[in-house]
Design a binder for this molecule. Structure first.
Ligand SMILES: Nc1nc2c(ncn2[C@@H]2O[C@H](COP(=O)(O)OP(=O)(O)OP(=O)(O)O)[C@@H](O)[C@H]2O)c(=O)[nH]1
Ligand SMILES: [Mg+2]
Length: 201
């Protein structure tokens, strides 16, 4: 797979554009929908429903108390990283009661971003386990909220038990450039770690 120049903002996709499916995963309320919304070149498809009492026991709203909606199926957006690489973004639902959807959603995905809220690290444990179980290469993106404490990356790596070769980057999911940088980090990681495997897919 030719990923040359993937990290330069590109002209509109044309010609022999390569389309790649990328998952945006992570725990409940970590900013998956926000990232897909901020970075997508098209108006994204979202499946947000109002948070209800039914999920009150499952949802841990510490830090995201103002959150009123949750993804019940998926978010979908796309972004052209350069003139030959189009990313199709699939945001997963974060609530535990919708995790059964994850199996189908990951089919054909080349890689994933796992969003982590450092105020609620544990909420993304399951997503990380799932990437490992489904053998999906991923990067970790720490979505920085205003009251997030700053931890050394290596402390977070230890806490999440992330191997050294997996990049951990910080981002603001509301910011297009920052979200785009996360996707570039993912593509760079895919390229670095498995150029040969990419060729064969
Ligand atoms: N301050 C700040 N707020 C954010 C950021 N990202 C998301 N939010 C807010 O945090 C809440 C959660 O964001 P969502 O994008 O809905 O999170 P999600 O991961 O899609 O949530 P689920 O689909 O329910 O799992 C929303 O109220 C966002 O406005 C961020 O980077 N900074
Ligand atoms: Mg969502």
């Amino acid at each position: 797979m030719d990923l040359k120049g993937f990290d330069r903002p590109g002209a509109p996709a044309s010609g022999d554009t390569r389309s790649v499916k990328v998952m945006i995963a992570g725990g409940f309320g970590t900013g998956k929908t926000t990232l897909v919304r901020s970075v997508s070149d098209i108006k994204p498809l979202t499946t947000e429903e109002t948070l209800t009492q039914a999920s009150a026991g499952d949802d841990h709203l510490i830090g995201v108390a103002e959150k009123t909606e949750t993804t019940v199926s998926l978010d979908f957006g796309k972004i052209s990283l350069n003139d030959s690489l189009m990313l199709y973004l699939f945001g997963t639902p974060g609530q535990e009661r919708f995790w059964f959807l994850w199996n189908g959603l990951f089919k054909g995905a080349l890689g994933a971003v796992v969003l982590v809220d450092t105020r609620r690290l544990a909420s993304s444990f399951r997503a990380i386990e799932e990437m490992e179980r489904q053998n999906v290469p991923f990067v970790v993106a720490l979505n920085v909220f205003p009251d997030s404490r700053q931890f050394p990356v290596e402390e977070i790596r230890d806490a999440l038990d992330i191997p050294p070769h997996i990049p951990i980057v910080a981002c603001d999911a509301r910011d297009r450039a920052s979200s785009r940088d996360v996707l570039v980090a993912l593509i760079r990681h895919l390229k670095d770690s498995s150029a040969a495997a990419l060729e064969s897919r």
